[in-house]
Design a protein around this ligand. Structure first.
Ligand code: 13P
Length: 254
């Protein structure tokens, strides 16, 4: 069975006080309202990671991740943050290949595969984000795009390394638009992703790989999405910036 997870990608939002307030609201609501074991990952901006690791240290259900890391080990790369640095401040996960990184920073599958290698080397769990554009879907190319992103970005890993990874399916047309994938669309793509993993790594690894859905997921639609056979939770953007909606989404995990 894949581990079920709700993750919050804060993107480039919140100042320090707002970030701290959001974390303490989330930890408070979780301890008051959620008694069963859940797994939550928060992805704040890098500059807050150290502080938020401290603020969440008493709740083992919460882990902290970064939104990106460098594809270089270390050295003269001004402004970059390495996987090793993130690991050293208590970060355990890293988003790799979010569609905003692919679109606005020209990140290619090949570059992302280098980031994944460094993340694994430094004992971070990559959360590899994949997803098609609306144009791809309209042209019936969405399965090809997903297959290509997996093949070029992550399927170079051996089985032991792949088992450390999480996949996040985020159709680009659903991100920040209010247009969620329908239950049918989400289940169909998640099943396809799992099938590709099975072909590459075998049935047991496929079954145990967490595949998150992202794209306008909120406390109104989370229950239906998380109830789907191949959806193992969500990667939440906008709705993770409000404690009430984020905790409601966590409570929607089956
Ligand atoms: P929204 O939930 O705001 O659509 O963003 C999804 C996302 O990009 C999470 O990584």
């Amino acid at each position: 069975m894949a581990v079920k997870i709700v993750a919050g990608n804060w993107k480039m939002n919140l100042n320090r006080g707002e970030a701290q307030a959001l974390v303490s609201e989330i930890t408070g609501m979780l301890s008051d309202e959620v008694t069963h074991p859940v797994k939550v990952i928060l992805f704040p901006a890098n500059i807050y990671i150290g502080a938020i690791v401290q603020l969440t240290s008493s709740d083992h259900r919460i882990a902290i991740g970064a939104q990106n890391c460098s594809n270089k080990e270390s050295g003269a790369f001004t402004g970059e943050v390495s996987a090793a640095m993130l690991k050293s401040i208590g970060c355990h996960y890293v988003l790799i290949g979010h569609s905003e990184r692919r679109a606005y920073f020209g990140e290619t599958n090949t570059l992302l595969s280098e980031k994944i290698d460094l993340a694994i080397k430094h004992l971070l769990h990559p959360v590899y984000c994949i997803g098609e554009l609306l144009e791809d879907r309209n042209n019936k190319k969405h399965f090809d795009v997903i297959q290509n992103q997996l093949t070029e970005g992550i399927f170079h890993l051996d089985a032991t390394a792949f088992e450390k990874c999480i996949i996040a399916y985020e159709p680009v047309w659903a991100i920040g638009t209010g247009l969620t994938a329908s239950a049918e669309q989400a289940q169909e793509m998640h099943a396809y992703i799992r099938q590709l993993i099975e072909k590459k790594y075998g049935g047991i690894i496929a079954e145990n790989t967490t595949i998150l859905y992202g794209g306008s997921c909120n406390d109104q639609n989370a229950k239906e999405l998380f109830g789907l056979k191949d959806v193992d939770g969500g990667l939440i953007g906008g709705a993770s910036l409000k404690s009430r909606s984020f905790v409601n989404i966590i409570k929607s995990l089956p």
